[in-house]
Design a protein around this ligand. Structure first.
Ligand SMILES: Cc1ncc(COP(=O)(O)O)c(C=O)c1O
Length: 445
């Protein structure tokens, strides 16, 4: 069977079986997809004890990525991030576990630290940055931090939301030498395993990574992978499913599982790699056209086009509105940037529309901005201690020197500005205002 989950569910849906089981629509047309939406019935395997069709499909996908094991998630990379950290926690000898991470993590990382009671040591970029989304950390910074001891795990977000890759190969070698596992949030980079040059974290030496299949592969929203690499301790594979089950629903979506399954078939057939190559060429020539028009671009990802709008006379939000008026919906915009994400379903006509629309917008002198620089924060409580105690909502103006109770993230892409347990400083207040956040939960201390 080449797409075992989908083949099973299709056969079941055509069998005429009377469904005395969940879901409530019993496979009868309602939204139109019901016939294929089943639960863990006999023969359909169990996501967290996958020995049948799900296990078979996962094993096929692991082969496509070259991992020791690939686990399906129907609850996004968010679930995989908690699982990766849970796996390391379960195999860590330290009484308290400390994770070293550049600050541009997704919110799921903070949630995991709260749930698993992990300590965090942040790394900040040597060059000043004004965006919470990027953190240009060098391998030497990891090496230096690890040489001081007390680190149980390294965690990197790559590619980041703006399309910048970290040097995962070098960081992985440093982590191996220090005998510390390296976890990568590769939510935006599932496709990187299928480029001409495979730059997926599993190929570059990371111990584990998560990929949001739904972000860059033809897969339903929620579909994601947790990959455990061949170089990772065997114990990681052994406990992975049971740890993942702690962070997931007991009713995984079979629609999402089928889309992961069908996507896997496409990845293995070589069809995706071929289409990806064509799309990567279209992205590259679109980038060249935009550069020729005078736009400032950043990031080195093959499927992302990030326009540094504020250096071209517009806020990202203004530029995004102009694109919308031209019938284009970008992935993200803020005061500085507009992010456009491409995929194999984009056509040459889509790229032409983009270059023509951008070509009609005059590039102007950079905006004069005084955006606050991201600076190191002061922590007085662990994220868990602060997040799991009573708090109240305070106006931002009245929050100076208070302790943040609930992590505040920029709204999309959910990167924290201030984390539970950190003291709210003047700098943090400025950054929160920049992201139009005017209240937050603080402790009664
Ligand atoms: C860098 C990063 N990591 C993790 C996630 C969470 O992924 P998911 O939506 O698949 O749970 C996101 C979501 O946008 C993200 O941008």
């Amino acid at each position: 069977m080449s797409a075992p989950i989908n083949e099973f569910v299709r056969a079941y849906s055509q069998s005429g079986t009377v469904r005395f089981h969940m879901p409530g629509h019993k496979g009868r047309a309602f939204h139109g997809l019901e016939a294929l939406d089943i639960t863990e019935i006999s023969g359909a395997d169990y996501l967290y004890d996958a020995r049948g069709i799900i296990g078979q499909s996962e094993a096929q996908t692991a082969q496509a990525f070259g991992s020791a094991a690939t686990l399906y998630s129907t609850e996004g990379s968010s679930q995989c991030i908690k699982t990766m950290l849970g796996i390391v926690r379960q195999n860590c000898r330290s009484e308290r576990m400390t994770v070293l991470a550049p600050r541009n993590v997704h919110k799921a990382f903070i949630d995991a630290c709260i749930l698993l009671d992990l300590d965090i040591k942040w790394l900040y970029p040597l060059q000043p940055t004004t965006s919470v989304c990027c953190a240009d950390i060098t391998p030497e910074q990891f090496e230096q931090a690890l040489s001081q001891g007390g680190i149980d795990c390294c965690y990197v977000t790559s590619p980041d939301y703006l399309g910048n890759f970290a040097d995962i190969g070098s960081i992985a070698r440093i982590c191996k030498a220090a005998n510390v596992p390296l976890l990568v949030d590769n939510a935006h980079g599932a496709y990187t395993a299928f480029l001409k040059q495979n730059v997926h974290p599993v190929a570059l030496g990371a111990d584990m990574c998560c990929d949001s299949a739904h972000k860059t592969l033809p897969c339903y929203t929620g579909g994601a992978y947790l990959h455990i690499s061949k170089g990772a301790p065997e114990a990681f594979v052994k406990c992975a499913k049971s740890v993942m089950s702690m962070f997931g629903s007991t009713s995984p979506s079979y629609l999402i599982l089928q889309s992961l399954d069908l996507c896997s078939e496409m990845l293995r057939s070589g069809e995706f790699s071929k289409a990806l190559e064509t799309t990567a060429d279209m992205v590259e020539s679109c980038k060249q056209s935009l550069l020729a028009q005078g736009w400032v671009l950043c990031g080195n990802e093959k499927m992302k086009m990030t326009v540094h709008a504020s250096r071209c006379g517009y806020t990202g939000t203004q530029l995004a509105d102009m694109l919308r008026a031209g019938g284009i919906e970008p992935e993200y915009s803020d005061t500085e940037y507009v992010v456009l994400m491409a995929g194999i379903s984009n056509t040459q006509a889509d790229f032409d529309t983009l270059t023509q629309t951008m070509g009609r917008i005059p590039v102007k002198a950079p905006l004069k901005t005084d955006l606050p620089i991201i600076k190191p924060t002061r922590r007085v409580l662990s994220a868990r201690q602060a997040a799991l105690q009573p708090s109240y909502t305070a106006d931002l103006e009245k929050s100076l020197d208070k302790v943040c109770a609930l992590t505040v993230t920029s709204c999309q892409p959910s990167v924290p500005v201030v984390v539970s347990g950190e003291v709210i400083s003047e700098d943090i207040i400025k950054i929160l205002k920049r992201y139009s956040i005017f209240s937050l939960n603080v402790l009664y201390l």
